[in-house]
Ligand binder design. Structure first.
Ligand code: ADP
Ligand code: MG
Length: 351
């Protein structure tokens, strides 16, 4: 950067990125040996632990509407990245932020900084460094977490006969994208969102901009689940990754997929005059093939299922058993009569 721009750059860092630390976090001062301001950040790892890393980039106009609220963008950027720590069962440690800004807009930056602070608080995750450059609005968050040696929820651990669970409800993330950005058309069923009530609209807004990364659930899975993944590209695609890594297939019972009332209402409003079955099919399409849910999909040996259900109940996290891992190499969806169903669209593809 030129000298003038570089002065601005350091101003921006000092004002908006240098003090993003969760309040009253006993761990932060122990963990962060050196944060924002030097050439590198330096972290202390607890004895007997390893570092788990993941990075995600959000591009304006592609991953979120370019004119979205900066507070919301910041929260989403952190939550999406933290979701990968959740899927691994890792404990959040810290995050770094590489941001490309088209211009210096202090109101935007202030709101963005507040969003970062909120997310840092929610996930107990201090911002320890990053990079600030000029260009099209792009936000890259790298999250760092810890895992005790020998622990971690890989995609490859499932066995035939293991039960498949998901947390929360499915399909809301993709539907939420249609709500926050009506220019987006998903698959073959464009969504009209004009019939939504304010409450339903607020629900989808929350799903899109502040999805809940399932950190507590992920950690509780460490001793119970055999494999896990977060659902970012749609259930079919992401469960497909568990299948591939574990060398197995999966059967999904479609009537078990957890759907929100809001998604069903949205689907019903698309199809005036049509019957409830059509609305259900539309919602199931979102649940299977939509992305951006950031719920966890995980597999559990049959004899561990009762423990799993109790653990989730204690955490207050809804989980649903949706099917079973089987010998094979495909994800097959079964209708309520046990007959296979076919879907043409297999989750979000970037290219
Ligand atoms: P360097 O030239 O050594 O890469 P920079 O000038 O890019 O350092 O950054 C100065 C300091 O500010 C570093 O500690 C860096 O980690 C931090 N920093 C830069 N941009 C950000 C950001 N967007 N968020 C958090 N910290 C940042
Ligand atoms: Mg730099």
């Amino acid at each position: 950067m030129s000298e003038r721009e570089s002065l601005k750059e350091f101003d921006i860092i000092a004002r908006y990125f240098s003090d993003i630390v969760p309040a009253a976090s006993a761990n932060t001062s122990v963990t962060v040996e050196l944060g924002v301001g030097d050439d590198c950040a330096v972290l202390n790892l607890p004895d007997g632990h390893r570092l788990a890393l993941s990075i995600d980039t959000l591009v304006a106009g592609r991953h979120f509407p370019a004119d979205a609220n900066a507070f919301d963008i910041a929260q989403r950027a952190v939550a999406v990245a933290v979701s990968d720590l959740a899927a691994m069962g890792a404990t959040p440690l810290a995050f770094t932020l590489a941001i490309c800004l088209p211009e210096v807009d202090s109101r935007w930056l202030q709101a963005f900084s507040h969003g970062l602070r909120k997310a840092a608080q929610v996930y107990s995750l201090p911002l320890i460094g990053g990079d600030t450059t000029k260009g099209p609005l792009t936000i890259t968050v790298q999250v760092h977490g810890t895992l005790a040696v020998g622990c971690g929820l890989k995609r490859s651990g499932a066995s035939s006969g293991d039960r498949i669970f998901v947390s929360g409800t499915l399909g809301d993330g993709a539907a939420a994208l249609a709500v926050v950005d009506p220019s987006v058309q998903f698959g073959t069923t464009p969504l009209s969102t004009e019939h939504l009530t304010e409450k339903q609209r607020a629900y989808f807004h929350q799903q899109f901009y502040a999805p809940t990364a399932q950190i507590n659930l992920g950690q509780s899975l460490l001793s119970v689940a055999s494999a896990a993944i977060d659902i970012s590209d749609g259930l079919l695609a992401d469960l497909g990754h568990i299948c591939k890594a574990s060398g197995l297939g999966a059967l999904i019972q479609m009537d078990k997929l957890p759907l929100s009332q809001e998604l069903l209402a949205l689907a019903t409003a698309q199809l005036p005059g049509n019957n409830a079955d059509d609305a259900l099919d539309c919602a199931l399409g979102y649940a299977l093939c939509g992305g951006d849910d950031y719920e966890l999909c995980f597999t559990v040996a049959e004899q561990q299922c009762q423990t799993m259900i109790e653990v989730a109940a204690q955490l207050g996290v809804a989980i649903t058993e949706i099917g079973e891992m089987v010998v094979g190499d495909a994800v097959v969806c079964l209708d309520k009569n046990g007959k296979p169903m076919y879907f043409s669209h297999r989750g979000y593809q970037h290219f």
